[in-house]
Design a binder for this molecule. Structure first.
Ligand code: S3P
Length: 177
């Protein structure tokens, strides 16, 4: 039985890499945010707006435990998932944790383009966005660093770059077992 958790900041590539990697490893794939959205019939943004962040974190913690009952699965978590409650310890207990590590500069570039769906980044641009990412990454890094595999996911500009990341992770994860 195999269970892999992909963790990392927003924009690190967890969903993109997760889908491809799961297929290559012959595992099912679940994106935790999408799972939450399916269960609540609302977007993560709506849940934040209507119920607030604390309630989102409560839901996230419960549904993380639910998806972790599945076997032979790769789970892409939300950027905040490992950093609340005992989620990181729980994931480490339940499977292999993989941190996709990306620099503040690169995250800022990626998130400037696709921050619209991320409620925690709402209204932030340019320097303000970069400062926010730097500060929150510093707080989150001690959680992310507990992952059993820490992988440099800085270069993911082209399809070939992404495939390269996926292939390297596949090799590392196959060696693990
Ligand atoms: C969040 C990241 C999002 C989502 C929510 C909160 C965060 O997931 O769970 O908007 O606090 O970092 P992605 O990392 O998939 O964007």
């Amino acid at each position: 039985m195999k269970r892999i958790f992909l963790i990392g900041y927003m924009g690190a590539g967890k969903t993109t890499v997760g889908k491809l990697l799961a297929a290559q490893l012959g595992l099912s794939f679940v994106d935790l945010d999408h799972y939450i959205e399916g269960r609540y019939h609302k977007s993560v943004r709506q849940i934040f707006q209507e119920k607030g962040e604390d309630e989102f974190r409560r839901i996230e913690q419960i549904l993380l435990r639910e998806v972790s009952l599945f076997e032979d699965i790769l789970i892409s978590t939300g950027g905040g998932s490992p950093c609340f409650g005992d989620n990181m310890a729980f994931m480490k207990e339940q499977g292999t944790t993989v941190y996709l590590k990306v620099s503040v500069e690169e995250l800022t570039n990626r998130l400037e383009i696709c921050k619209g769906t991320r409620p925690v980044l709402k209204g932030k641009t340019g320097e303000e966005l970069k400062r926010f990412i730097a500060e929150s990454l510093e707080i989150r890094e001690p959680y992310y660093q507990q992952a059993s595999i820490i992988f440099d996911a800085e270069v993911m500009l082209t399809e070939a770059d992404i495939q390269n990341v996926v292939n390297n992770l596949e090799l590392i994860l196959k060696k693990e077992n």
